[in-house]
Ligand binder design. Structure first.
Ligand SMILES: Nc1ncnc2c1ncn2[C@@H]1O[C@H](COP(=O)(O)OP(=O)(O)OP(=O)(O)O)[C@@H](O)[C@H]1O
Ligand code: SF4
Ligand SMILES: [Mg+2]
Length: 435
C-alpha cells in the first residue's frame, strides 16, 4: 500500500425512488481508499454495501441513482486530458477527476480497464452457452478495443494502434477474439490456478466446479488489468476450504499486481485476514472506520462492538456475522429518524443521541473516525435514555414524563431508578444461525 489516495468519496448519497417512497440506501458517505490497499466494508444485510460498490462503478440502476456527492479518482492522464479540453475545477482536482462529472462514454471506458468487479454468483457472470475461455478472451478483447479506440480516455495507455482499432470495428467480435486475446485468456486462467488451462478454456461454465468458476470470474475481472477491483461477497457462496483458496489467490494477485481492492463482506474473519482498513456500515452510513487495529481492538461505536461481540471466532466460518437483537431500520426517507439510526438498538443511547451524530475523529489514530457521541462523551446512567424509550418499530415510545424526540429533538435524560447499565459494552448475539 502506497499511502497515496486513489479514491476519495465525499458525501455520497444514493437513493431509490420506489412506489413506497424514497429509499436512502447510501447516506452522506465519506471514504478514502489508498492505492494498493485492501479496504473492507462490513455490515448487516441491507446496510448499503452493495449499493456503495455499484455507485462507485456507476452501475446503479433505475429506480436508483446517485443524488449527491463526489467520487474523486486519481488518474493524472485523464485529468490532463480534461484540463486540455477546458474542464474546470468541478471536474478535476489536481490529479483527481470526479467520476460523476465524466460523460457516460468516459465512465463506460473506465469499467474493466480501471475498475473491475467480482460478485458472489459466478454463474451470473458467465453465459452458459459460450466456453469460459471464449468469454474471458472477449473481456480481454473489449479492453483492448477500449484502449485502442482513439476517442476513448484510455487511448493514451493503448498498446494497439489505429490499425487494430479499425480492424476490430470491421471484423465480427468472435473472429477478432482469436489470437492474442485468446492466449491471454489462457494465461489468466493459469494465473488464477485453473489446472490444464488450455483444455479448460474450451469447456463451458457448467463443466466447472463452483470454486473453479469463481477463479474464472476473477480471471475475467483481471482481463483489463484494472487498478481497482471491487469484490462484493466474492466467497460467500463457497465452502470454507475453497473460500480460503480464493482469498489466498486474491491476496497473491493483489501483491503481484499492486491492485487496489474494495472488499465487501458479512464476514469479519475475511476482513481480519485480507484488509488493511475497514469501514463499518449501518443504515447507509459508514458509522466507524479505521485500520484493522482501530476497529477490531479499539472499537468505539456500539454497533461495531455488537458485530465483534456477535462473532465467536474470527477465523473461518465462525467469522460470519450473526444477528444483533433489534431490527435493521427502514431506509425509507419518510421513516428515517433525525436521531442516531442505531439508537433504538444501542445499549448506550443517551440524550444527545436523539440528534444525528456527525463523524468524530477518534483520539489516538490518524484514520479512526466514528459517527457516535461516545468518541467525545462519557456514557453515564444520568444521561441514558430510559428502558422502553423506543417501541419495536424504533419510534420514541410514550415513556411517561419523557418528551418524544420529535417534540424536543433532544431528550432530557432519565431518572436514577431507570435501569440503563448494560451487562457488557457490546451488544450480544442472539445466538442465531450464521447467515
Ligand atoms: N433496486 C432497488 N430498489 C429499491 N431499493 C433497493 C434496490 N437495491 C437496493 N435497495 C435498497 O438499498 C438498501 C441497501 O441495499 P444493499 O443491497 O446495498 O445492501 P447490502 O448491505 O449489500 O446487503 P446484503 O448484505 O444483503 O447484500 C436496502 O435497503 C435495499 O432495500
Ligand atoms: S450515537 Fe448514541 S445511540 Fe448512536 S451508537 Fe453512539 S451511543 Fe449509541
Ligand atoms: Mg450486498
Amino acid at each position: 500500500m502506497s499511502d497515496e489516495e486513489l479514491l476519495r468519496i465525499e458525501g455520497l448519497c444514493t437513493r431509490f425512488f420506489t412506489e413506497n417512497g424514497q429509499v436512502n440506501a447510501v447516506e452522506n458517505l465519506d471514504l478514502t481508499i489508498d492505492e494498493g490497499e485492501v479496504m473492507g466494508i462490513v455490515g448487516e444485510s441491507g446496510s448499503g454495501k452493495s449499493v456503495t460498490a455499484l455507485s462507485l462503478i456507476d452501475l446503479v440502476e433505475s429506480p436508483g441513482r446517485i443524488t449527491d456527492g463526489r467520487i474523486w479518482f486519481r488518474a493524472p492522464d485523464i485529468a490532463d486530458e480534461l484540463i486540455e479540453s477546458g474542464a474546470d475545477d468541478e471536474v478535476t482536482d489536481g490529479d483527481f477527476v470526479d467520476l460523476r462529472k465524466l460523460s457516460e462514454e468516459q465512465r463506460r471506458s473506465l469499467r474493466g480497464s480501471r475498475f473491475s468487479t467480482i460478485f458472489q454468483d459466478p454463474m451470473s457472470s458467465f453465459n452458459p452457452s459460450i466456453t469460459v475461455g471464449e468469454q474471458i478472451a472477449e473481456a480481454v478483447e473489449v479492453q483492448r478495443r477500449a484502449r485502442a479506440n482513439p476517442r476513448s480516455l484510455d487511448a493514451k495507455a493503448q498498446r494497439y494502434g489505429l490499425g487494430d482499432y479499425v480492424l476490430s470495428t470491421v471484423l465480427p467480435s468472435k473472429k477478432y477474439v482469436t489470437g492474442a486475446s485468446r492466449d491471454r485468456a489462457v494465461e489468466l486462467l493459469e494465473l488464477v490456478g485453473i489446472p490444464d488451462p488450455v483444455e479448460r478454456a474450451d469447456e463451458y461454465p457448467h463443466e466447472y466446479s463452483g470454486g473453479m468458476l469463481q477463479r474464472a470470474m476473477i480471471a475475467q475481472a483481471l482481463a483489463g488489468e484494472p487498478e481497482v477491483l471491487v469484490a462484493d461477497e466474492p466467497t460467500t457462496a463457497l465452502d470454507v476450504t475453497i473460500q480460503a483458496q480464493i482469498l489466498d489467490l486474491l491476496s497473491k494477485l493483489q501483491a503481484e499486481t499492486g491492485m487496489t481492492i474494495l472488499l465487501i463482506t458479512h464476514n469479519l474473519g475475511v476482513i481480519a485476514r485480507m484488509c488493511d482498513r475497514v469501514g463499518v456500515m449501518y443504515a447507509g452510513e459508514i458509522v466507524e472506520r479505521g485500520t484493522l487495529e482501530d476497529v477490531f481492538d479499539h472499537p468505539v461505536h456500539p454497533y461495531t462492538r455488537g458485530l465483534l461481540g456477535s462473532v465467536p471466532d474470527l477465523e473461518g466460518a465462525g467469522g460470519r456475522l450473526q444477528p444483533i437483537p433489534g431490527n435493521v431500520p427502514s431506509l425509507l426517507d419518510h421513516e428515517m429518524p433525525d436521531r442516531c439510526y442505531f439508537a433504538d438498538r444501542c445499549p448506550k443511547a443517551m440524550d444527545e443521541c436523539l440528534e444525528h451524530p456527525p463523524a468524530f475523529d477518534v483520539e489516538g489514530s490518524e484514520y479512526h473516525t466514528t459517527k457516535c457521541y461516545l468518541a467525545t462523551t462519557e456514557y453515564t446512567e444520568e444521561k441514558a435514555l430510559p428502558d422502553g424509550y423506543f417501541d419495536e418499530a424504533g419510534r420514541a415510545a410514550d415513556v411517561g414524563e419523557e418528551p418524544s424526540e420529535t417534540e424536543t429533538g433532544i431528550g432530557t435524560g432519565t431518572d436514577s431508578e431507570t435501569e440503563t447499565e448494560t451487562e457488557a459494552d457490546s451488544v450480544q448475539s442472539d445466538g442465531g444461525e450464521p447467515r
